[in-house]
Design a binder for this molecule. Structure first.
Ligand SMILES: [Fe+2]
Length: 297
């Protein structure tokens, strides 16, 4: 039976009582959903699962995302197409060379973001399993976007109500100087629109939906939009809203992308960090592609 112990004053629970290597009972699944609605992030320790078990666990919560690496011509993937390889390793199991596109996109994970906000169908849950971690660094930080929204001044809540932000993966990559993408890659992931303020469906609480992927707000000059987005990000990631997870091998951390932000922290990229993610697609809430929205104006 699921037992949850708070790990932070606002969110994040340590979950125990469920063996994630075994098929998930419906009652346990429902208990995890309720706990996720309350905590936003659950930390399971000592879950030495393999990829098949991780995919089966994730699939209990909805359709799995397919890795974007699969679209890269000529690229050989280390993991199944339903696993996001968040490691710094190549198919030979060794750390990637400095100029490898996966190493560069891994660096962009060190910017605050929510997974897949740049996709037409964004993500509900992500589950990250630590198979091997470096001795130091490589932590993941999470920020509580529901608490951050609650703490906004009323004048700011009134200002941003109804705002719609434009998200693109190429915005977060460009922030780090990575612009080396083909036209086909850019065409495959056009910018999408999301409300800046959303209601979290499980809890009914209001939340900020922001990410380093967001680079514009509909109807606002870009410079003003970027300053507002930067202000909101700075607000939401103040220390009081942040939990830092120091990984141990065997940890599986599950988070709700609709209620939290996260970022990886730096580590020695020549050390092995083998972390693998499964991601559940939010089949209930698709974003509006920018091009489609523009046509309807
Ligand atoms: Fe992420």
């Amino acid at each position: 039976m699921l037992d949850v112990t708070p790990m932070h004053p606002l969110f994040v629970g340590e979950a125990s009582g469920i063996d994630l290597t075994a098929p998930l009972a419906d009652t346990d699944r429902d208990a995890i959903v309720r706990a996720m609605d309350a905590y936003g992030v659950l930390v399971f320790h000592d879950q030495f699962i393999d990829d098949a078990q991780q995919m089966a666990f994730a699939a209990a919560f909805g359709p799995l995302e397919t890795s974007r690496e699969a679209d890269r011509p000529g690229h050989k993937m280390r993991l199944d197409v339903h696993m996001a390889d968040v490691s710094n390793l190549g198919i030979d199991g060794k750390p990637l060379p400095p100029d490898h596109f996966r190493r560069m996109s891994g660096l962009a994970n060190q910017l605050w973001h929510t997974d897949s906000s740049f996709k037409r169908i964004p993500a509900t849950y992500s589950m990250l399993s630590a198979r091997a971690v470096p001795d130091s660094g490589g932590e993941t930080e999470f920020a509580d976007c529901r608490a951050a929204y609650d703490a906004l001044p009323e004048v700011m809540k009134a200002r941003i109500a109804g705002f719609v932000a434009e998200h693109s993966i190429y915005t977060s990559r460009a922030a780090l100087g990575f612009t080396d993408f083909t036209d086909a890659e850019r065409a495959a992931l056009p910018a999408v629109l999301h409300p800046l303020v959303k209601t979290h469906p499980g809890s009914g609480r209001t939340t900020l939906y922001i990410a380093s992927h967001a680079g514009a707000i509909v109807g606002m000059p870009v410079a003003e939009a970027r300053l507002l987005l930067a202000d909101l990000m700075e607000h939401a990631t103040q220390r009081e809203f942040v939990y830092r997870h120091r990984w141990r091998a065997g940890d599986l951390v599950m988070w709700d992308n609709r209620a939290t932000l996260h970022r990886g922290r730096s580590f020695d990229l020549d050390a092995v960090r083998d972390v693998r993610r499964t991601t559940v697609a939010d089949s209930a809430q698709g974003a509006v592609p920018l091009a489609e929205a523009a046509r309807s104006v």
